[in-house]
Design a protein around this ligand. Structure first.
Ligand code: PEP
Ligand code: MG
Length: 754
């Protein structure tokens, strides 16, 4: 075994000095490979850079032919170097030419060298290049040598990401880590936003890499680990509902990792090789990210993500930085996050926020609904965007197509500025339809309503000319408050909403909290399946004081006005009757309080739990109206979690079984003469809205931005023809054709904009 001269720490110091020297990029690289070769007693040290076109280009070498530099290239996955880059794993071989992936490149003159050690150069989970040492004797590289080369690679990664390689790079190639990137996500909330990245949970940038005192760094790491473990234990024991529900599992795995010997050992080894504590965390984190990006198993990927988050926490403790919440936002802020709850989103200053981009999420998750409700452009499933963005980066979010452009080129930017103008035109076109009533070509008046929940949404009612608010999600107010809103606060909110509605009706939905709608000041038990757990009406019936406060506030706010109340998550008629009696008791006490009762009171039930479908004949005589929550109803009908992108899109919401279920509700409501409204997200999408109209629904509630497109669709529609075709399809149609195809084809044939 060959011992390195002076060991890795000396090498790191020499490299640091070299990086500070005023050298041209190529000269600096040449010197670096010389230093590595000398220090590691290697005959060869080569550095390959992964270009934008996925070719690995030889950028510098000690020991191979210098004239092969910038000539020799290997594709990703080709040869040993390509393999290391693709797998993001080190590779150590005694006899390299024997390896099945070995690719001979005569111009390099590498014939005499048998033993081979290569490591990936990683940053933020991305492979930037490959660093290789070779020797002519057939030898085994020790673990300490692999470790030393990995540490060196960490420093090289930092250098590449900040260096100016322009003078070295051939036209067309690009090694800039901060190059423009495009992510293909899924549009959650329509619109186009141009702005600057704000990381919801910012990554910490390490600047101090080389340790002066290894023992001191180990102590620092030890202290930071202790602080982190204590803080995780505190969070887990806090009894906070938010933590107990969605974050508990994450925190449990954090705790497991925080005590994981293997992880701590890897961190210590990295410090032993000469890095500072924070650089050691960064290096180990880089390996984790690289593994994460290659993982296809979602469970393992999720766990690696957790480890990545944990490393970030540790880095923050080491560097003494806090989280990003509460900080100043730039004027056109675009929030980038792995995922977040609706309450997290509402904590930001909405006057400066333009868009939100998530790595995870699903369109019917509440964070997406909240984004739509407050008029934010939103895109989800933009894979790896968090690790590739930095705070302040320019970003364009296209909520129509789901595309996200990070650090866009000027031509992309120009295109989008055009699109914004165009969408302004489209908005102007829809605005011109404001006073046109939504009547189909064959004369059916369709009622178009808004979904809202915050006062900020209310002025849109005037702009779209909609008929009223079909769903006012009262819980949003509870989610943004830091403590439970008192009767007085609630009265103010509801009165203001009614005033802003200017006489148009509002359907106030009673509190629908729990599940992913977390209210920070309420404690509860952790639940295995929060969406099917203690939420909504179940919680309200168990906490009558909460329900009473809200009902009283709503009654006071609508003194002398009509009032419409909607009861969410009704599972059985008896539950509805309980709430109805509860409300009526509150109405009875109004005269004693000297408060005028509402002029009319209508109490409706939401149909979002399938069991209610089999009791409609009992429910309908008791309700004044019903409203279908397609988001929950469809998730429960299909047993597919609305917030889980892996399954949420497996079943088309307007597939035949779902449409038949919806039709069953509509027919029953007609039989009992009760109005039925669709208030889930379905109604806001033209093809879906066509499906709803086709089964007899005429009242649709949706996000304000959908009113224009849906109205346009309604204006061009021959409803009788549509119903005839769809009835045929639902009863007799081919089993393999989808309702979506039938509807799209109908729309095309009738030139209807969908
Ligand atoms: C629904 O479930 O469709 C609905 C409207 O309620 P929410 O999305 O708020 O759960
Ligand atoms: Mg619901």
């Amino acid at each position: 075994m060959v011992t390195a001269i002076g060991g890795p720490r000396v090498l790191l110091r020499q490299l640091r000095e070299t990086m500070a020297e005023p050298l041209a990029s190529q000269e600096r690289l040449d010197k670096i490979v010389d230093l590595i070769a000398e220090n590691m007693r290697a005959d060869v040290c080569s550095f390959y850079v992964l270009r934008d076109d996925s070719a690995l280009e030889l950028f510098a070498t000690h020991g191979l032919r210098r004239d092969a530099v910038h000539i020799t290239t290997l594709r990703l996955g080709e040869g040993l170097v390509g393999l290391i880059a693709a797998e993001a794993e080190p590779l150590s071989l005694q006899n390299a030419p024997e390896h099945p992936s070995f690719a001979y490149r005569p111009e390099t003159g590498e014939d005499p060298f048998f033993s081979f050690l290569g490591v990936p150069v990683l940053r933020a989970g991305q492979t930037l290049g490959v660093l290789v040492v070779q020797n002519s004797e057939r030898r085994v590289y020790g673990e300490d040598e692999t470790e030393a080369l990995l540490t060196t690679a960490t420093l090289m990664a930092e250098m590449i990401s900040t260096a100016d390689f322009d003078s070295l790079v051939k036209p067309g190639s690009d090694i800039d880590l901060r190059r423009p990137r495009m992510f293909e996500g899924i549009g959650f909330s329509e619109g186009i936003a141009l702005g600057q990245v704000v990381l919801h949970d910012p990554r910490v940038i390490v600047t101090n890499f080389v340790a002066d005192d290894t023992d001191a760094e180990k102590l620092k790491l030890d202290e930071a680990l202790k602080t982190m473990r204590v803080s995780i234990d505190e969070l887990l024991n806090s009894g906070d509902m938010q933590i107990q529900s969605d974050h508990r599992e994450i925190l449990e795995s954090y705790r497991m990792f925080a005590h994981d010997r293997g992880w701590v050992r890897r961190l210590e080894e990295a410090i032993d090789s000469g890095l500072t504590a924070e650089a050691a965390v960064e290096r180990v984190q880089n390996d984790t990210r690289a593994r994460m990006l290659r993982q296809t198993d979602p469970y393992i990927r999720e766990r690696l993500h957790d480890l990545d988050d944990l490393a970030n926490r540790l880095l923050r403790i080491l560097i003494g930085k806090s989280t990003g919440l509460g900080k100043e936002l730039p004027e056109n802020a675009v929030l980038v996050a792995r995922n977040m709850g609706p309450a997290d989103l509402l904590e930001y200053d909405r006057t400066k926020l333009r868009a939100v981009v998530l790595e995870d999420g699903a369109a019917t998750a509440h964070v997406a609904i909240v984004a739509r409700s407050v008029g934010l452009v939103a895109v989800g499933q933009a894979e790896n965007i968090v690790s590739m963005s930095e705070a302040g980066d320019d970003i364009i979010v296209d909520g129509f197509s789901g595309a996200v452009h990070l650090r866009p080129t000027p031509d992309i930017e120009a295109t989008y500025i055009d699109k914004v103008r165009l969408s302004a035109k489209r908005r102007a076109h829809y605005a011109a339809l404001r006073d046109t009533l939504p009547i189909t070509r064959d004369g059916t008046r369709i009622t178009l309503l808004h979904n809202s929940g915050l006062l900020a949404d209310m002025p849109a009612l005037e702009e779209t000319g909609a008929d009223g608010v079909g769903l006012f999600r009262t819980e949003l107010q509870f989610m943004i408050a830091s403590k439970m809103p008192r009767v007085k606060d609630q009265v103010e909110l509801y009165s203001e909403a009614l005033r802003l509605a200017g006489g148009k009706p509002i359907v106030f939905r009673l509190l629908d909290i729990g599940g992913d709608k977390v209210v920070p000041y309420m404690r509860s038990q952790a639940e295995e399946n929060p969406a099917m757990g203690w939420r909504s009406l179940r919680l309200a019936l168990d906490r009558p004081a909460l329900l009473r406060t809200q009902v009283r506030a709503l009654l006071q706010a609508s003194a002398g006005l009509p009032l419409k109340l909607l009861v969410p998550m009704v599972t059985e008629t008896v539950e509805f009757l309980k709430v109805k009696r509860f409300i009526l008791r509150e109405v009875e006490r109004l005269p004693r309080l000297g408060i005028a009762p509402p002029t009319t009171l209508e109490i409706g039930a939401m149909i979002e739990v399938p069991s209610l479908l089999f009791e409609l004949d009992h429910l309908l005589p008791e309700t004044d109206f019903i409203s279908i929550g397609s988001n929950d109803l469809i998730q429960f009908l299909t047993a597919a979690d609305r917030a889980n992108p892996r399954v949420a899109r497996n079943y088309d919401a307007i597939g035949r079984p779902r449409l038949r279920a919806l039709k069953l509700i509509v027919d029953a409501a007609a039989k009992f003469g009760k109005p039925v409204t669709m208030c889930g997200e379905l109604a806001g999408r033209p093809v879906e809205a066509l499906a709803l109209l086709s089964i007899g629904m005429t009242r649709l509630s949706m996000g304000a931005s959908s009113i224009g497109p849906i109205k346009e669709m309604v204006l061009g529609l021959d409803l009788a023809a549509l119903r005839a075709e769809m009835n045929h399809y639902l009863e007799n149609g081919e089993t393999d054709g989808s309702a979506r195809e039938v509807l799209t084809e109908f729309a095309e044939r009738h030139s209807i904009a969908v």
